[in-house]
Design a binder for this molecule. Structure first.
Ligand code: ADE
Ligand code: ZN
Length: 347
């Protein structure tokens, strides 16, 4: 209630300055065309596009699959541990600029194994950047390994096995890539094994596919958070369940717009989810491809929807509440959030 006494004109500034966590960001989706071209040169990889501008010009998508095709091409420039380190540092620097205190970074090894790399090259580069992040950027970072759902469960098991020597570098397991036709049930056994191994569990569900994928992610995979989950809005009983059971949704509004999940941000369900008591969060998904890091997601969404400072506080608080950070850190992050809000109160 108190937060309604903040001047609405200062809302964009508040959205940018408030501390936040990012819980849904694919590191390969943060690879900006400039760095992609630099890595291509460094590794002697030929680029399909003649320039950075031409590549950016190709970033027009009809749906998730049309994005995944071009996203996959972009990953071909990544060859060495240093490439993965540099890509992650570039993202962390942007995250710091957006007042992100903590990030849980999605990555996959299956794409890169398909290009002849070892999983260790990927994980070591990402993890070294995460370890350097607090001192270098004032951000804490952890890693979530996503299985690619268009591949088989057997391949996901092989992927899990290959990262086991690096178990301590990975906080959780997720599920990404082409959603429709690849339901959560396909990965029931490998998620059960990951749970036994002590990984935290998340899954993309209800991005393009319907509410039934969200039910399955919860009831079959036993995930703790749903990535996207926006199709829940089609099922009021599911929305009530998500609120009742405090299941966080990592929502990515600009991604939904660019992949035509919604046709206008004005039609986005984020406000409705929050008002129904769902623990929704705002995230950037693949910021280099969709043209917006986390603060841009906040500012564009708030400009399009009837959201106020109370919603802003709730979203930032939810991001810490939904994160896999330790309780002491969570408490500190929420204290920092409260301090920033205090400086925005009207006298
Ligand atoms: N991989 C990267 N971005 C993704 C998205 N939005 N959905 C599914 N898989 C992804
Ligand atoms: Zn995603």
């Amino acid at each position: 209630m108190l937060y309604r006494t903040i001047d609405p004109e200062r809302l964009p500034e508040l959205l940018c300055k408030m501390p936040k966590a990012e819980l849904h960001m694919h590191i390969e989706g943060s690879l900006e065309p400039e760095l992609m071209f630099a890595l291509a040169r460094r590794n002697g990889v030929a680029m399909k596009y003649p320039s950075v501008e031409a590549l950016r010009g190709a970033y027009e998508f009809d749906n998730l699959q049309s994005f995944l095709d071009i996203y996959h091409e972009g990953t071909l420039v990544l060859k060495t541990e240093q490439d993965f380190y540099d890509m992650t540092c570039a993202y962390l620097e942007r995250a710091k600029a957006d007042n992100v205190l903590h990030t849980e970074i999605f990555f996959d090894t299956q794409t890169h194994i398909g290009h002849g790399l070892a999983a260790k090259v990927v994980v070591d580069g990402l993890y070294r950047a995460c370890q350097d992040a607090p001192a270098k950027y004032g951000v804490t970072a952890s890693l979530i390994l996503c299985f690619l759902r268009h591949l088989s469960e057997q391949e996901a098991f092989a992927c899990l096995e290959e990262v086991m020597p690096m178990r301590e570098k990975i906080v959780g397991i997720g599920l990404a890539s082409s959603e429709a036709g690849h339901p959560p049930e396909k990965f029931a056994r490998v998620f059960a094994r990951a749970k036994e191994l002590g990984f935290r569990l998340v899954a993309h569900a209800g991005e393009e596919a319907g509410p039934e994928y969200i039910y399955s992610a919860l009831d079959v995979l036993h995930v703790e958070r749903i990535d996207h989950g926006v199709q829940a809005i089609r099922d009021p009983e599911l929305v009530r369940r998500l609120a009742r059971e405090s299941v966080p949704l990592t929502v990515c509004p600009i991604s939904n717009l660019k992949l035509k999940v919604v046709h206008r941000l004005q039609d986005h369900c984020l406000g409705a989810l929050l008002d129904a008591g769902v623990c929704a969060t705002v995230n950037s998904d693949d910021p280099a491809y969709f043209g917006g890091y986390i603060n841009e997601n906040y500012t564009q969404t708030f400009a399009a929807l009837p959201l106020n400072a109370t919603h802003a506080y709730q979203l930032a608080r939810n991001s810490f509440q939904a994160s896999f950070m330790e309780e002491a850190q969570r408490k500190q992050c929420i204290e920092r959030l409260d301090k920033v809000f205090e400086t925005f109160y009207r006298p």
